[in-house]
Design a protein around this ligand. Structure first.
Ligand code: SF4
Length: 124
């Protein structure tokens, strides 16, 4: 995202079209922004969320013992605030689980009170 004064320029990642969006503060608009460049309304929702409350899914791996592979793939099951990603990675890097683990198993519940869990994305 590029930001200059009250203008934000970003690429919508809600679908592969990747529309280039421009947001300008507009107090007359009910959303508080005027948005250009979107092909559909999902772009408007994405742009406003990205400048007011940006979130991301986190994917990574954790140590696993007693399995064929040394690392178990994991991810958050809901997006978490972008500002919490580093803290989330510290938690992931400190995790060590024992085999067997079933896909979908919750390894860490309710990260930072967000309702998002860290789950296994495969059985191992
Ligand atoms: S604005 Fe709509 S069409 Fe464009 S990238 Fe976003 S979701 Fe896709």
């Amino acid at each position: 995202m590029v930001q200059t004064d009250n203008i934000h320029q970003l690429v919508c990642i809600s679908c592969p079209m990747g529309c280039r969006l421009t947001l300008v503060k507009d107090e007359k608009s009910p959303q508080g922004y005027k948005i250009d460049g979107n092909t559909c309304k999902r772009g408007v929702e994405y742009a406003i969320k990205e400048v007011t409350d940006p979130t991301r899914m986190v994917t990574s791996t954790v140590k696993i013992t007693g399995a064929l592979l040394p690392r178990l793939p994991v991810r958050t099951d809901k997006p978490i605030p972008k500002a919490k990603i580093m803290e989330c990675m510290k938690i992931i890097n400190s995790l060590e689980v024992n085999s067997p683990v079933k896909m979908g198993k919750i390894l860490v519940k309710d990260l930072f009170g967000t309702g998002s869990n860290i789950i296994a994305t495969r059985s191992l």
